[in-house]
Design a protein. Structure first.
Length: 174
């Protein structure tokens, strides 16, 4: 590595700006480059937001714009390809309690998760489902593995978290 490159990559502010330009999957894997990069990614709020590990804004509530859909975590589709099919874009409504909630229609197609998904400290488990976060996500599953199936083969459950629904709460419902 040239001395100029070394100086740029060892300057925290510059490295953070470079890493922010990476797509989320590449940013996630950048933590494996070295302990310095991992440390920066874990303590930088902008990088944590890019990875859906910290909220970009406060949770959506009834006072927010009524027709704005939150951004769905791209890892839901990419990392879980072959295991979860998302059959629809989420829809959003305001509940009677004034909460914004999103609805997903998904199908678990393969419950045999790779070892990387089973790791208890895997970062995907703590990733927010959306940005900005929502308190509730209603999930309708047409083929859920391991859950009791309701009328006509459809399972519906609500993932709820007052700090924002996390991916783990949708993939591994309680």
């Amino acid at each position: 590595m040239t001395s100029a490159t070394s100086r740029v990559l060892s300057t925290t502010e510059l490295l953070e700006h470079i890493l922010l330009r990476l797509p989320p999957p590449s940013l996630l894997f950048a933590q494996r480059i070295c302990t310095t990069w991992r440390s920066l990614i874990q303590r930088s709020l902008p990088l944590q937001r890019a990875l859906f590990l910290a909220p970009t804004r406060p949770l959506l509530d009834a006072s927010g714009p009524p027709y704005t859909l939150p951004t769905v975590n791209p890892f839901l589709d990419s990392a879980f390809a072959g295991h979860i099919d998302r059959h629809s874009k989420p829809t959003r409504w305001v509940t009677a309690q004034g909460e914004h909630c999103i609805v997903f229609v998904v199908r678990v197609v393969n419950g045999n998760w790779p070892d990387a998904f089973k790791y208890p400290e895997a970062s995907w488990r703590q990733m927010l489902l959306t940005q900005p976060p929502v308190r509730a996500a209603s999930v309708m599953d047409f083929g859920m593995v391991g859950l009791a199936v309701g009328p006509r083969g459809v399972t519906q459950f609500e993932a709820r978290n007052e700090e924002g629904v996390r991916m783990m709460e949708v993939v591994y419902p309680r």
